[in-house]
Design a protein around this ligand. Sequence first.
Ligand code: RB5
Length: 152
Amino acid sequence: MKIAMGADHAGFRLKDELKSYIESLGHTVADLGCNCADSVDYPDYALAVCDQVVSGEADKGILICGTGIGMTIAANKVPGIRCALVSDLFSAKATREHNDTNVLSLGERVIGPGVAQEIVKIWLETEFSNGERHRNRINKVKALEDKYAIHP
Ligand code: RB5
């Protein structure tokens, strides 16, 4: 798979560590920055990654900031993105099986690199369960996007 990755200044170190790990699993990574500790704004990187996912240029996206919260809020504003903030292995699996998430968000200041690697591996390897009840719920989320979409 092609994985688009983005981080702010509070997440770029974990991004860089995870990048080589994800490549070692056989995936291709598009690193969309940032790449240093200079202060930047997380929505800019969330948008860059989500653009690649909704356009199909990337199969999935991974976002990292200090808490993972800002990235998650920003990513879920993009129609077609289902982004989950994950800090534990159970949620990593469940959010693929139940929510068919296409973007994963992590907090560098919250979890260590070992847990982050395990979360990423499980999240990348778990398929959507495709159960009818889960599909119905995802369709209801899509209906929310339509209801509140701004049509110029
Ligand atoms: C940056 O200081 C921090 O606010 C950001 O990385 C993130 O945690 C926001 O949700």
